[in-house]
Design a protein around this ligand. Structure first.
Ligand SMILES: [Zn+2]
Ligand SMILES: [Zn+2]
Length: 264
């Protein structure tokens, strides 16, 4: 789990994620691997979104860039995968339905970071200036804007166990993230179905968001814009958006007040 704080990605992480974004996540075998590992680890799930949003400048749709397009495509698939798993009937012959929450196999990015790459892949993607890209990604400017614009919608949907403002054990269990649901296994059947239908509701909004980032999709509103944060929050915990939403940004107006008081 990620603490409530910034990511501070290394140049190597940015390089790996940048090349992951350029790869084909829809490829059948990659898709199976990503389902089995339930996506990436928490750090690299948020890092994946951050690297795409901060660094991808040209895209389709109203924003035209700095938007989580690859991320929503992958998480649409994983939301349905997990929802379908949670909705399965308990049976002695098969693994328990809530085991769909548990990753089988390592995070793709962690694995690539640990193994010495093939010589030809050692260079950054298309000789990108990885150091400059890393500084830009760690600035989090666009990710902070996405989280800030949508906070009135997602703030009440944060996993209660991730949220430092919720007393321990309180809050709606339907809102629990993947990790905090895992900690409560075996999950009662009504809770499994309730979580599955919540995930499908998020996915429904996220599909519109994905379409809005193509040439043919209609523009969307804040509910759709909030959907990817809720999806990634479910898979990777809420540390990053809680940090970004709590960042102090009132420093400058505060200084003006001090000057005015001084003048009188
Ligand atoms: Zn990882
Ligand atoms: Zn949580």
């Amino acid at each position: 789990m990620l603490p409530v704080g910034p990511l501070e990605l290394s140049a190597e992480e940015v390089r790996q994620l940048w090349s992951f974004i350029h790869g084909d996540i829809m490829d059948g075998s990659m898709r199976r691997l990503l389902r089995a590992s339930v996506g990436l680890c928490p750090r690299h799930t948020w890092a994946y979104a951050v690297v795409e949003i901060e660094l991808w400048q040209a895209g389709a749709g109203a924003r035209g860039g700095h938007q989580p397009f690859d991320v929503t495509v992958l998480y649409e698939d994983l939301l349905e995968h997990v929802a379908a798993g949670l909705d399965l009937k308990t049976s002695l012959l098969h693994r328990h339905p809530d085991e769909v929450l548990l990753p089988v196999g390592p995070c793709r990015i962690c694995a690539d970071m640990a193994s010495p790459s093939l010589p030809g892949l050692r260079m950054g993607y298309a000789n990108s200036n990885t150091k400059a890209l890393t500084v830009e990604a760690n600035g989090l400017a666009h990710t902070t804007a996405w989280c800030g614009e949508t906070i009135p919608l997602w703030r009440g949907r944060v996993c209660p166990d991730c949220d430092p403002d919720t007393p321990k054990g309180a809050g709606d269990p339907e809102l629990l993230c993947r990790f905090h649901l895992t900690a409560r296994r075996p999950l009662p059947e009504p809770l499994r179905h309730a979580v599955a239908s919540r995930l499908r509701e998020v996915r429904g909004r996220m599909r519109h968001l994905t379409e809005s980032m193509t040439d043919y999709g209609a523009p969307v509103g804040h509910e759709e814009n909030a959907s990817w944060i809720e999806a990634v929050g479910f898979f990777a915990g809420w540390g990053l958006p809680l940090y970004l939403a709590g960042s102090p940004r009132e420093a400058e107006p505060g200084q003006e007040t001090t000057e005015a008081e001084h003048g009188e």
